[in-house]
Design a protein around this ligand. Sequence first.
Ligand code: PXP
Length: 248
Amino acid sequence: MIKLGVNVDHVATVRQARRTAFPSPTEAARLAEQAGADGITAHLREDRRHIQDFDIFEIGRAIQIPLNLEMAATDQMIDFALHVRPEKVCLVPEKREELTTEGGLDVRGNLKEITKSVERLAKVGIEVSLFVDPETGQIEAASKTGAPFIELHTGKYAESEADDRKNRLQKLIRAGEEAHRLGLRINAGHGLNYDNTQAVLGVPHLVELNIGHAIVSEAVLTGMVAAVRRMKEIIASSAFVRQVADSK
Ligand code: PXP
């Protein structure tokens, strides 16, 4: 069965909005594991806008399933990964001003540097994947780096209008076939949600999907009823305490 990696970045986004200790991405990772997630993904961005360094250590200690550290292929981040030793690393491009990872990694244009990064990580047993657009040139380049996995960028498919959707899906399917032929293993992710994920399961040779924003969003809404009820209970019980105090 195709595996599900749950990305907990946006639990940290809510926490960082107030710089409090909650909600905890580690706790979210634990709950995701309980619910059957096959892996947890967290993206430690250069600007630390959501996940912080300590989250990576904490999540790694809290879960039994593999931790997939998403990060830029900079020397600093590679050093960090060698220190933390997650089971997996997904190398992604990163721009400070972007809202989220916008495009795939330019493996073809940075073959030497990316190959070096893959070698440093692989040397200590970290399984590396390269986040790439479903383009022949990038997939061929990825196969030359020694990385065992690519993660196909599904963002353009996810954002496509109805008239372009079939075409975007075809691109992913062809990319899956091509990557498999070149001996790569295939993950996919970005922008997948409860409506558009099923069609992506048609991409051949898929090992794992990485999904974050849609799952965290769903969790916020499905948890709302219980969250409000719990606060109402606290208020109701304090009203009772006040009544008792006033009657004395
Ligand atoms: N895969 C990669 C490489 C990503 O950069 C992201 C976003 O952090 C995801 C998967 C998950 O994307 P989303 O949050 O849209 O599900």
